[in-house]
Each structure stands twice: as structure tokens, then as C-alpha cells.
Design a protein around this ligand. Structure first.
Ligand code: HEM
Length: 532
């Protein structure tokens, strides 16, 4: 951009001269275009594509003899943007395999330098390094205020304060336990709604999303709604979440090609500017109602934020960002994961029947499951882990990381400002990491006598669906508790059956999370009523 503006004075000066004819002008334009093309091709020939070439050219000799990270060149100027367009985790894995760069691969998204790993050891190196504690700038995230919430706040004092507040007052074991009643109420509403499906077969997704949103609205805003009531506030929030979800999940070309920014070709900035005032109005009204009630009991997250004192106190706009993010993050991930689990249960009746046997043994059929039973439901926990392995909701760990300073990863020099991704989907399907990786075998997660149970919470990078290190998902325990309890309740009450042979299609679609491309359609057969 600067070069273009700087070159204008040449034309201004030349226009004063007699030699400046139309032909000369056209000739100059042609020369400039050829120079630009030559430069673009020069950047492009480097391993990893144009963004890496530009960096090496600019750093010149200071880059020294550092060896290049292997990777595809992609196309001139745009690099490998096509890789990110649909099912990016599949495409990245295929390209890494083809480039023999599974440990570490470099590629370019326009002007953005990216590294990606499909290897657990290198993933650990990246995620546990303090150098990668930041997130790359994403215009939609900034427009939607997420830079003032935990997920996209730059690494620093503000982000640390938010994580501490959330860890102490929202994600702590006491708070999670305190919300057990609300999860139980919603679980029993789900059971009722599924039982009332008269048409024989039905789609589970809508109910799971409503349940998940209801749960978050209760924890965050203190609002309780009947699952099958058509409440206007729920409908409104659902629309806001869906729109934000689509905006954040879309690959925004202007994030990587800054010269496109003025044009907003995908209308992302425009749509964000329409959405934000609606979110502000919605959340501000709820904050105002809490202020008017002046609750001292710290029942929900709004109360908690309003009670903060001193340097922890947040401005209203920051509070809106934090509350909106909690609703946003907590709703979708849980619903997406439960749909995958139910799909696998329908597809593998033998596994489902083992879960039923375990439920009968631990809980029996005379009462509903309670959260205290979950610790004894080892096979069910193994089933959830196996589904997380084959269908991680964030196959590329949702949001990438950004290098704050120059560093070395797997022996390669990685410059400051490089975006780093971990392809968790590829790691958890790698035959060198997992035996028979494409087989659905929950038994692999049942600890044998004397063995330590496999933790999916970020300590073992062979399967870390919640990420790892400083930016690990703070909602991992809440997420696992909710998913385990709701799945146990749904399986305790019903046998989940295929409607026809197309009932379960494991094709994926990658939005912000990786969902089933074709929503799961099932039939259910009550289990507990059969006994009574
Ligand atoms: C099945 C459930 C969930 C999955 C699979 C999941 C997955 C993830 C992943 C992969 C990340 C990125 C971690 C990294 O960069 O290392 C993340 C971040 C995050 N998640 Fe979750 N998540 C789940 C549930 C939740 C819930 C219930 C909440 C809150 C209510 C939540 C809030 C967040 C937040 C705020 C971040 C950003 C953390 C930061 O940047 O410091 N998540 N999640």
C-alpha cells in the first residue's frame, strides 16, 4: 500500500513534463505491473508460499542459514487460501502428508504466515510455549467485541484478569456443582420432549441446541425457560448466537489480504455492524434488570460481574463482551458433541447396549441418573472420549495461536507474528499414534487394572480436544460434566435407533465447530417405562 502511494509522486512529477504522453503512461503502468508480477512470483517460489517468501526477502541476510519449513507454495499472492475453504482439517492433513511435513508445515494465507502440525510432540511444543499465548487478529472477532472477552483478548493483564475471574466464579467446581439442579431440570425436559415426538422419527439437533442455550442462559443470565416454550427472548438470543456463529466461522479474506479490506467483499464487517447493536441492547437490558434487583446472592454470572470491586471491575461494554462470549461458546460445542455421540450410539448398537448394561448396573431402572453416578460410568466416559477422538468439535482447536516473539519449533525458526495451528483431528486419526484409528473402539479408553485413566483435558496431546497450555478451554470441566450427564440421562431413558439406512451420515461440515453435515434423525424406544 505504502509503495503505491509513494509511487504516485513520480506520476505527479512526470505529468509536468512534455515527455508524459498517453503511451508513456501506459508503458509505465505495464512496467509497474510486470515489476509487481515479478515480485509476486519471486515471493511465491519460496517453500510455504508468498507470505513466507516476502518475510525471507524482507529479513534478507538476517534470516541467515535457517532452514525453511517445508510446505506448499499455493498460488501467487493468495497462497493456500483454498485449503481453508471447506473441511480445512481434511485438506491440511492431506497437504501435510503430500509434503511429508506432518511434524511441521508452513503455508501462506495471503499475507499471513501459518505453521501447522499434525504431530502430538510438536503440538505440545507449540501449545505449552508462552510464545504462542496470543490469538491472531480476526476482524469479525474484533467487530463482535470478542477482543474484550477471554477468547480473543490479547495475551496480557486484561486477559489474565478475565481468566482469573471466570475460573474463580464461573468454572470452579463449586459453581459447576451448584448448577447441577438446572442441568437435571433441563435433562428431564429433554427426555419429555424426545418422548413426545409422535411422528416416529425426528431430528435431535434443534432440541439439543435449545437445551444447551437454556443451560447457558440460566448460568450466565439467571434466566429459566421451559424447553418447549416458544419464548421470545430465547428466540431472539438464538438468532444473535447463530448469526455471530456464522460470522466468526467464515474465512474472512480481508484478514489475510489487507488490500481487500476497504471492499468488505463478503459483507462480514457490514453484518457485524448490524449484529453488535442488537447484542448490546439485549445484554444491556439484562444487566440493567440485575442492577435494579440488586441481588447479593451471586446467583449467576451477571451478578458476579456486577459485584467485582477495584481493578477487577469491568466497564459495561466489557461486561457485555464477556457475558456474550460465555453464552456463545458454551451453547454450541456441547450440542454438537452430544449429536455426534448419539449418532455413534445409533451406528454401533453393540456399544449402546454395553452402555445400557452399565447404566442398569450402576443406576438401575427405578430412578433417573444423577451426576454423582457419572464417576462410576467408566464405559460411558470411554465412549465420550472415543467420540471426542473421532469427532473433535474443534478439529483445528477452534482458534489459532499467534507467535508473540521469534522462536524455534521442532528445530525450525518461526518468526514473530506467525499463526500456529494444531490439527487435532489428524493427530487423533494417525495410525502412528492410535491403533486402528478409524475404528470406533471405546474400549481403548477403559483403563485396565493399575493403569491411569487417559485424560482428554490437555495433558496428553495425542487427544486434547479442549486445547492445552495457557489458552486451554476454561469450560472443559463444565463441558464434560454437562455432556456426560445429559448423554447418561438420554441413554438411561431411551434406546436410540436408526430410522432408515440414511439416518446416520457421518459427513462433516466445518463451521466454528465441526458438525454433522446432515442432522441426525432417529427413533427412540423408552427403556425405563418398559420395566414399570
Ligand atoms: C464440548 C465442549 C467444549 C469443547 C470441545 C471446547 C473446545 C475449546 C477449544 C479447542 C478451545 C481453544 C483452546 C486452545 O487454544 O488451546 C476453547 C477455548 C475456549 N472455550 Fe471451550 N470448549 C468446550 C466448551 C466450552 C464451554 C462450556 C465454555 C464456556 C461456557 C467454553 C469457553 C471457552 C473459552 C472462553 C475459550 C477461550 C480461552 C482463551 O482463549 O483463553 N468452552 N474451547
Amino acid at each position: 500500500m505504502t509503495t503505491d502511494i509513494e509511487s504516485l509522486w513520480v506520476f505527479a512529477l512526470a505529468s509536468k513534463c512534455r515527455a508524459f504522453t498517453q503511451e508513456n503512461f501506459a508503458c509505465s503502468l505495464l512496467i509497474m505491473f510486470l515489476a509487481w508480477l515479478a515480485m509476486a512470483l519471486f515471493y511465491w517460489v519460496h517453500s510455504g508460499g508468498p507470505a513466507w517468501g516476502k518475510y525471507r526477502f524482507k529479513r534478507g541476510s538476517s534470516f541467515g542459514t535457517a532452514k525453511s519449513i517445508p510446505g506448499p507454495r499455493g498460488l501467487p499472492v493468495i497462497g493456500s487460501m483454498h485449503v481453508m475453504m471447506s473441511l480445512a482439517h481434511h485438506r491440511i492433513a492431506a497437504v501435510a502428508e503430500a509434503c511429508k511435513a506432518k511434524r511441521l508445515m508452513a503455508f501462506s494465507l495471503g499475507d499471513t504466515r501459518v505453521i501447522v502440525t499434525c504431530n502430538p510432540d510438536v503440538a505440545k511444543e507449540i501449545l505449552s510455549s508462552s510464545v504462542f499465548a496470543d490469538r491472531p487478529v480476526k476482524e469479525s472477532a474484533y467487530s463482535l467485541m470478542f477482543n474484550r472477552a477471554i477468547g480473543f483478548a490479547p495475551y496480557g493483564v486484561y486477559w489474565r484478569t478475565l481468566r482469573r475471574i471466570a475460573a474463580t466464579h464461573f468454572f470452579c467446581p463449586k459453581q459447576i456443582k451448584g448448577a447441577e439442579i438446572q442441568r437435571r431440570v433441563i435433562a428431564s425436559q429433554m427426555v419429555t420432549v424426545f418422548g413426545e415426538q409422535k411422528q416416529g422419527c425426528f431430528c435431535v439437533r434443534e432440541v439439543l441446541k435449545r437445551a444447551s442455550l437454556s443451560n447457558m442462559m440460566c448460568s450466565v443470565f439467571g434466566r429459566e425457560y421451559e424447553l418447549n416454550s416458544l419464548n421470545n427472548e430465547v428466540k431472539q438470543l438464538r438468532e444473535l448466537v447463530d448469526e455471530g456463529y456464522e460470522l466468526l466461522g467464515t474465512l474472512n479474506w480481508t484478514d489475510h489480504l489487507p488490500w481487500l479490506a476497504d471492499f468488505d467483499p463478503q459483507k462480514i464487517r457490514f453484518r457485524c455492524s448490524k449484529l453488535v447493536p442488537k447484542v448490546n441492547r439485549f445484554v444491556s437490558r439484562i444487566i440493567a434488570e440485575h442492577r435494579a434487583q440488586n441481588s447479593q446472592n451471586n446467583l449467576d454470572f451477571v451478578d458476579v460481574l456486577l459485584c467485582l470491586q477495584g481493578s477487577d471491575r469491568l466497564s459495561d461494554s466489557d461486561m457485555i463482551a464477556v457475558l456474550w462470549e460465555m453464552i456463545f461458546r458454551g451453547t454450541d460445542t456441547v450440542a454438537v458433541l452430544i449429536e455426534w455421540i448419539l449418532a455413534r450410539m445409533v451406528l454401533h448398537p453393540d456399544v449402546q447396549s454395553r452402555v445400557h448394561d452399565e447404566l442398569d448396573k450402576v443406576v438401575g431402572r427405578s430412578r433417573a441418573v444423577s451426576e454423582s453416578d457419572i464417576g462410576e460410568l467408566n464405559y460411558l466416559t470411554a465412549v465420550i472420549k472415543e467420540v471426542l477422538r473421532l469427532h473433535p468439535p474443534g478439529p483445528l482447536l477452534s482458534w489459532a495461536r499467534l507467535a508473540i516473539t521469534d522462536t524455534t519449533i521442532d528445530g525450525y525458526h518461526v518468526p514473530e507474528g506467525t499463526t500456529a495451528m494444531v490439527n487435532m483431528w489428524a493427530i487423533s486419526r494417525d495410525p502412528q499414534v492410535w491403533m486402528d484409528p478409524l475404528e470406533f473402539m471405546p474400549g481403548r479408553f477403559v483403563a485396565k487394572e493399575g493403569e491411569v485413566e487417559f485424560s482428554v483435558l490437555g495433558s496428553d496431546l495425542r487427544l486434547a480436544p479442549f486445547g492445552s497450555g495457557r489458552r486451554v478451554c476454561p469450560g472443559k470441566n463444565l463441558g464434560m460434566t454437562t455432556v456426560s450427564f445429559w448423554v447418561a440421562s438420554l441413554l438411561q431413558e431411551y434406546e436410540w435407533l436408526a430410522f432408515d439406512e440414511k439416518s446416520v451420515d457421518l459427513s462433516e461440515v466445518l463451521r466454528l465447530s465441526c458438525e454433522m453435515a446432515n442432522p441426525l434423525t432417529v427413533k427412540v424406544r423408552p427403556r425405563r417405562n418398559m420395566e414399570t
